[in-house]
Each structure stands twice: as structure tokens, then as C-alpha cells.
Design a protein around this ligand. Structure first.
Ligand code: F3S
Length: 63
């Protein structure tokens, strides 16, 4: 699985990082998220799906 965050959609709600703290990191200044790596380890895929569902801005996509 690969994960991306659309920087223009992300509004810094931080729910992604709460659901998948090993996958997403938050910018110290504005709180916007980005993946630590776009390649998601298999054991973290369920967390990423939760993060996708939790984001109010629909900023996270997976493939
Ligand atoms: Fe941004 Fe959505 Fe996470 S708005 S900080 S990608 S929950």
C-alpha cells in the first residue's frame, strides 16, 4: 500500500496521526500531515485505513 496526503486539502485536524502515529508526521508550524514514507508496512495498513476514514478533509489517499 502507498499513502499520500494532499497538502492543499489538509487543514491540520491531526486525526490521521492519532490513528496511525507511525505513518504520519505533523509539521511543527502548521500541524499539516505528511507520511513518514509513502510505502506503508503491511502491519500498519489497518491504521492507515482508519486514518483515511477519519480525515474530515478527505486529504488522504491510498493505492
Ligand atoms: Fe490533515 Fe486530515 Fe490529517 S486534515 S492533519 S490529513 S486528519
Amino acid at each position: 500500500m502507498k499513502v499520500r496526503v494532499d497538502a492543499e486539502r489538509c487543514q491540520g485536524h491531526t486525526l490521521c496521526a492519532m490513528n496511525a502515529p507511525d505513518v504520519f508526521e505533523l509539521d511543527d508550524v502548521d500541524g499539516h500531515a505528511s507520511p513518514v514514507s509513502e510505502d506503508v508496512p503491511a502491519d500498519l495498513e489497518a491504521d492507515v485505513i482508519e486514518a483515511v476514514r477519519s480525515c474530515p478533509e478527505r486529504a488522504i489517499s491510498v493505492s
